[in-house]
Ligand binder design. Structure first.
Ligand code: IPT
Length: 954
């Protein structure tokens, strides 16, 4: 048994002293390197000291060890299991001590140096990310230990290398003192999860260097100066620059912006090495209370990005990183906060290349201390400050040469304290060229931007108007919502309303949706697993699935909505005057990359289309553009309107020609009211009442069929399977509707039949719909009429008693045969839309299937409603609504949807359940943020709505 001291480093809160000083990340043109990624031998132990270090000695027989892929997390490769907690530490809070049960993974591999590996110079072993603490041996020699999971660590190993048969041993502990600083809301995933590389370091090679590439928007000149630890020359052929390190060169340049990511290739050459540079000229400045880049205020249309892959966790491959950037660009996202740690370095290369503004955030979160009023918080304890400074330095030094990085962030949810202040001071000294962000500092003592999360619209508006008071320094700073629009499950709602505020008030420089992708783990049993699915003792359930992408990177409706809300071109029109106003809402780019097209719709069918000449407007400029002559058609009560779209005029690095960037629809003529002469009489048969094409149960008045189409269970429905936003976060102080709805019993409404009345031209069924134990009710009258072919249902709902809560939905539900599959409709689509999430819902003719109508939220919940539907056809039935309605169809009931914990719990029954809703309650963002704005709430008020049912041929 080892003496306990052998693993003391695990609980040592100071940064390890054996690693090399942090430095810039760069690519050498001539120094060799060897990737040590691949299959490694692996042995898991239950405690930090269960095994001694003899495995690290050359010749150790690891024949019976398992194998894991590096980069990777062993818990996702069949050894142990992941744990999800939001901010609770999954171990007792006893800093810097960690549990005795400390899963420890010994990793072992051998390698030969590639042919031609120089005998001179040195070599470093670089680890780009290991969670959470590692000790490394090369050829039996202990070369050091380190913590700081999502930060690079380099060890000098040149003196230990042999041409062949090198033995690299890495012991990784899941828990360490560093875990206290890494309490981000995500899975705890130990392992060597980023690249391991051996780098030759030539004599007189490059060490660290800092590229300063600024842009003077007044003169159009760029100034380049590369400060380098080792003297050398800097060349940029395209700019004719050939300068000594430390020397400035000023030349005319095209600036770098996220919209126009112009990079210049350069070389830094020292006596012993050449490294490639990718230089972007831009100047970030805080001026007149705004973050300006190249003189212009930027509006951040951002997302928070955790690194995630459903099978590989945070071990991301290059294709996945590129996919993320492409998806962002294609959805009009222009900014990323690297929540809550510096990303894999290749991600920043992609942001430079394709153009995204980046808030680079340090690997620091101590959120679990909130449970004890922040007592003992490492961010306010001098003993931890060296570790915090080490983390700051590792981020800044690694990433400082990226033009995409425009803001440094100290970390997330770490309270306030001296350690944070020290980090800010260190960063400011090292790099005064970028503003500093940290949300926890509401007084902005250490920061250059006032940042908040999940702030409700009304407060954001007050801040925008400068009416929020606060300390003097804060009043002079711009405002960012570093997190908003909590994208958990169905939602987020209210995004267009935020964007309107951002557009209206200069001080509001935008926000970052929480978050980019659901962290669901691919799993046999559950499809995608979330917290609790691995038997965790403490967990926070599906709070880990709150992204704009599903775990497999399929965009959710929330991303489609965000794309529309933040589109960089605004097209407004009034339809009747034959013009549209086009406004360029980019910050830097003119409109020359876009081609505009118009089309004209009659009852949702396109009857004419063409291109529209729009001038290459500069940012913020707008122009009124004349539409063509209206195409013929569209008389006699037809609904007509224009659609104008802005498309990429040519292929770009991130999307092909024709990719849609922005669009609008401009109604011209509304559809005429549906006329029907209700001449038919209800006829009483033995068990049935017939009325035109319909048959009803004579006793209950329940609809049985329309022509040959059997219908079951048609009745008023107010229930929806509560969304994560309906349920709200447990800590919310505002009333949370999901639990209140359940308490009231809206999921178990009783339908009391009061009368079935036949008169000359109508069958009227009177009911009282109410939950047990309550006196409030919805008096509901179904009035059926027909002209012989069509059947008309008018539903009148009169609330009775005291209805203080909004309703989840208000409409009718009915069952059709399970063979119903194809769906056609004229209304909003292609995806779902709810009152505060339907900006992206476009009125047209759409076709789908029942299965495709479902939105696969990882935790099943209300989904899939199509908004503003004029008519829909399904299972041989056509429904025309007056007014427009919300259409939903699924192979299970809302109750079954509600009861499911995972998509794998849902299975098709023999009925397709259709909801035709007059109203839906909005979605909001209360799973972490504000609830539904009053204008999107569904109040229980007297209501009347009509559907016409007809049998179709199909
Ligand atoms: C905020 C965190 O910063 C983020 O990491 C994530 O947990 C998010 O909430 C919710 O998904 S903290 C917020 C609970 C105040």
């Amino acid at each position: 048994m080892n003496p306990p001291s052998a693993v003391d480093y695990v609980e040592d809160l100071s940064p390890g002293g054996e690693t090399l000083p942090p430095r810039a990340r760069y690519t050498s043109s001539d120094a060799m390197s060897l990737s040590l990624n691949g299959s490694w031998c692996f042995r898991l132990s239950p405690t930090a000291d269960a095994q001694d270090d003899s495995f690290a000695a050359p010749g150790h027989d690891a024949g019976d060890w398992a194998r894991v892929s590096v980069p990777g997390h062993w818990v996702l490769q069949g050894h142990g299991a992941p744990i999800y907690t939001n901010h609770r530490y999954p171990f007792p809070v006893d800093p810097p001590r960690v549990p005795t049960e400390n899963p420890t993974g010994d990793h072992l591999r051998t390698f030969d140096l590639p042919p031609g590996w120089p005998a001179d110079g040195g070599a470093v072993l670089r680890f780009d990310g290991v969670e959470s603490c590692a000790r490394v041996w090369l050829n039996g020699t202990d070369v050091g230990e380190f913590k700081g999971s999502r930060l690079p660590h380099e060890l000098a190993v040149g003196h230990l290398l042999k041409p062949t048969g090198n033995v690299l041993a890495v012991r990784v502990h899941q828990w360490s003192a560093g875990s206290y600083l890494e309490d981000q809301d995500q899975w705890w995933l130990p392992g060597i999860f980023r690249d391991v590389t051996l780098l030759h370091r030539p004599a007189d090679g490059v060490l660290d260097f800092f590229v300063h590439a600024s842009y003077d928007h007044a003169t159009g000149a760029g100034t380049l100066r590369v400060d380098s630890d080792v003297d050398g020359r800097v060349t940029v052929p395209a700019l004719g620059i050939d300068a000594a390190t430390g020397e400035s060169a000023t030349v005319p340049v095209e600036p770098w912006t996220a919209e126009t990511p112009r990079l210049y290739d350069g070389v830094l050459a020292t006596a012993g090495e050449r490294v490639t540079l990718r230089i972007g000229f831009r100047t970030v400045a805080l001026e007149d209370g705004l973050i300006r880049v190249n003189g212009r205020a930027v509006l951040f249309k951002g997302v928070n990005r955790h690194e995630w892959h459903p099978e590989r966790g945070r071990a991301l491959d290059p294709e996945t990183m590129r996919a993320d950037v492409l998806l962002m660009k294609r959805h009009n996202v222009n900014a990323v906060r690297t929540s809550h740690y510096p990303p894999h370095p290749a991600f920043l290369d992609l942001c430079d290349e394709l153009g995204l503004w980046v808030i680079d955030e340090c690997d620091l979160e101590t959120h679990g201390f909130v449970a004890q009023g922040w007592r003992g918080n490492p961010a306010d304890d001098d003993r931890w400050t060296p570790a915090l400074l080490d983390r700051a330095a590792r981020m800044v030094e690694r990433d400082k040469n990226h033009p995409c990085v425009v803001v440094w962030s100290l970390g997330n949810e770490a309270g306030t304290g001296r350690g944070l202040t020290a980090m800010a001071k260190w960063i400011r000294d090292r790099d005064p060229s970028r503003p500093i962000h940290y949300e926890g500092d509401h007084d902005c003592r250490d920061t250059d931007v006032y940042s908040r999360m999940y702030t409700a619209h009304d407060e954001v508006e007050r801040i925008g108007r400068g009416l929020d008071g606060g300390p003097r320094r804060r009043r002079e700073l711009p405002f960012l919502l570093c997190e908003y629009g909590h994208a958990m499950g169905n939602g987020p709602g209210g995004m267009a309303d935020y964007q309107d505020l951002f557009t209206a008030h200069d001080r509001l420089q935008g926000g970052f949706v929480w978050e980019w992708i659901d962290h669901g783990v691919q799993d046999q049993r559950y499809g995608f697993a979330y917290g609790g699915d691995f038997g965790e003792e403490l967990h926070d359930g599906n709070f880990v699935c709150d992204g704009l992408l599903f775990p497999d990177r399929t965009p959710s409706p929330g991303l489609a909505e965000y794309k529309k809300v933040v589109e960089p071109v605004r097209i407004d029109g009034h339809g009747t005057d034959g013009t549209v106003r086009v406004t360029n809402a980019h910050d830097f780019a003119d409109l020359s990359a876009l081609a505009f097209v118009w089309s004209f719709q009659v009852d949702g069918e396109t009857v004419g289309a063409g291109s529209l000449a729009v001038p290459a407007l500069a940012p913020d400029e707008s122009a009124v553009v004349k539409l063509p002559e209206r195409p013929v058609g569209g008389t006699g009560g037809a609904e007509t309107g224009w659609t104008v779209r802005a498309l990429l005029a040519a292929d770009t690095a991130w999307a092909p020609k024709g990719h849609e960037v922005a669009w609008t629809q401009i109604p011209v003529a509304a559809r005429a009211p549906i006329t029907m002469t209700a001449g038919e009489r209800p006829v009483h048969g033995d068990d049935l009442i017939t009325l035109g094409p319909a048959a009803f149960d004579a006793r209950t008045g329940a609809l049985r069929s329309v022509g040959g189409v059997a219908v079951t269970g048609l009745r008023l429905d107010v229930w929806r399977a509560p969304t994560d936003n309906d349920d709200g976060a447990a800590w919310q102080t505002d009333p949370r509707l999901g639990p209140l709805w359940r308490k009231l019993g809206l999921h178990r409404m009783r339908h009391r039949l009061e009368a079935v009345e036949r008169d000359d031209d109508a069958l009227t069924v009177r009911t009282r719909v109410a939950p047990a134990a309550a006196e409030s009710a919805l008096r509901t009258v179904y009035r059926w009429t027909s002209d012989g072919t069509r059947l008309r249902l008018t539903v009148s709902v009169a609330p009775e008693g005291d209805w203080t809560l909004p309703l989840p939905r208000l409409g009718v539900r009915l069952g059709l045969a399970g063979t119903a599959d194809r769906v056609r409709w004229f209304g909003g689509g292609p995806g779902e839309g709810y009152p505060d999430t339907k900006s992206a819902s476009r009125v047209a003719r759409w076709e789908s299937t029942v299965d495709e109508l479902q939105t696969p939220y990882v935790r099943p919940q209300e989904n899939g409603a199509r908004a503003d539907v004029r008519w829909a056809e399904i299972g041989g039935l056509r429904v025309d609504g007056e007014p427009e309605f919300w259409f939903t169809a699924r192979r299970w009931t809302s109750e079954q949807l509600d009861a499911a914990g995972h998509l794998t719990d849902l299975s098709a029954g023999d009925t397709v359940w259709v909801n035709l809703d007059h109203g839906q309650h909005g979605i909001g963002s209360q799973s972490c943020g504000p609830g539904v704005l009053p204008r999107y709430q569904l109040r229980a008020v007297p209501s009347e709505f009509t559907f016409h049912l007809t049998e179709t041929d199909g």
